[in-house]
Design a protein around this ligand. Structure first.
Ligand code: ZN
Length: 418
């Protein structure tokens, strides 16, 4: 591989893509229209492939309800839907094979995390239109473990079942795992908890939060990756050797692009994850822009599974970037600064306002500090922002537990300017 080059598409991936392309326009009215001016038989190399236009969430939204389907309706056994923050949701149809493939991938995730058929998997993500809970369930059943399908909410019942059924694996969002960890500590029931692993739905979360959850629950943590448009959670997970997530190369082709130019970036460089499905029947996706930011982690993994490339933990979303006082800021940068501030806890919330002609960014963070101590913590945080991002926000410490926790992904940046 050339230095500074992007990872090569494997021969198997190229052959699979070419085979798909031979019939794609016949199967999919969506792609027949999208690629109307493109002869897909001209796509013979990775370079050719990289010239194809991206598929974006807005394309899928425009195809509502079932315009994305590439099979006759009688072959669809299930649909899922991704939450639409802007009105029309996206509907993804699944064939029987798609559901099975998803289960195979999810079971592989559990295996990479060292989870076995003798584990008891406590599943707190929601069941229903979105893919979370049911994916964790499918994988557990495929693996042969005991699934405990809790769904979200009702902390009392969660903790009761966790003790009575001796759950060994907790599946949750990071903020819900933290809430449960805090509750277990508060009730003094840690000795009754048998958890040994946590599988956390991919979400940008700081090392500080990770350390707190791992410590308080006494578990090893794994990040699972995925999105409803591409099966759901379960298309990749970190292994026991490292924190980077392996992405299943037999099911998806992975690219990292510069979100501004759309060019594929060299391995190691940060950018937006773009995925192409290799096996999907119901809703095949070609060069789907996830808007998740990460990077390919170059080099071999000591677990030896180098057939599956690795990505770093998700840094944020390309549409989460905010521009304040002319500076582009990503949530991950804010988290890093909070992590380096002595006395600041991992929970935070950012408010951006426009007052009297200027941008004001207020960073609320949880801390035990009060009085002069608190002033010192706030001062240090402001200085770190100045040093790292060349802008100064207004840091405001609040007592531990003051900021909202949620069972779904927690929104932390609120831009009130527009
Ligand atoms: Zn590995």
């Amino acid at each position: 591989m050339r230095k500074g080059a992007a990872m090569a598409m494997t021969d198997a991936q190229l052959e699979t893509i070419k085979a798909q392309f031979a019939t794609l326009k016949e199967r999919s009215a969506f792609y027949a229209k999208k690629f109307a001016d493109i002869d897909l038989s001209d796509v013979r190399t990775q370079e050719d492939f990289q010239k194809l236009p991206f598929t974006d969430k807005s394309d899928l939204r425009d195809a509502y309800p079932l315009g994305i389907a590439a099979v006759p309706p009688e072959q669809i056994v299930r649909i899922h839907s991704s939450s639409g923050t802007t009105g029309t949701p996206v509907i993804i149809p699944y064939t029987r094979k798609d559901v099975e493939d998803w289960a195979i991938q999810f079971a592989r995730c559990y295996e990479y995390a060292g989870i076995t058929p003798s584990d008891r998997i406590h599943i707190t993500p929601g069941y229903g239109l979105w893919t979370a809970g049911i994916g964790f369930q499918l994988g557990a059943e495929r693996l042969g473990a005991m699934a405990i399908p809790m769904g979200p909410g009702n902390t009392d019942k969660q903790l009761q079942m966790m003790q009575d059924l001796e759950s060994t694996v907790l599946c949750a969002t990071s903020s819900y795992a933290l809430l449960l960890a805090e509750e277990i500590a508060k009730r003094g029931i840690k000795d009754n908890i048998k958890l040994r692993k946590g599988v956390i739905g991919s979400e940008r979360w700081g090392d500080k939060m990770r350390a707190r959850i791992a410590d308080e629950l006494g578990v090893e943590l794994y990040d699972i990756y995925g999105l409803t448009e591409v099966y759901g959670p379960g298309i990749g997970i970190n292994c026991q050797a490292d924190s980077a997530m392996h992405i299943w190369s037999d099911y998806v082709y992975l690219e990292i692009i510069d979100p501004d130019t759309g060019e594929v970036v060299p391995d190691g460089q940060e950018g937006e994850i773009v995925l192409t499905t290799l096996q999907k029947e119901g809703a095949p996706l070609i060069r789907f822009r996830t808007h998740d930011l990460s990077r390919i982690v170059p080099g071999p993994c000591s677990c030896g599974h180098n057939e599956h490339p690795r990505i770093d933990i998700i840094f944020g979303r390309s549409d989460d970037m905010v521009k304040v006082k002319g500076v582009n800021i990503f949530p991950a940068q804010i988290e890093e600064i909070i992590r380096f501030t002595d006395g600041a806890s991992s929970e935070y919330q950012v408010m951006i306002d426009h007052l009297e002609g200027r941008d004001i960014m207020t960073v609320f963070f949880e801390t035990e500090a009060t009085g002069e101590d608190l002033e010192r913590v706030e001062k240090q945080m402001a200085a770190l922002f100045k040093a790292k991002l060349n802008m100064t926000p207004v840091p405001k410490g609040v007592p531990l537990g003051d900021l909202p926790r949620s069972e779904k992904k927690t929104r932390r940046i609120f831009d009130n300017r527009y």
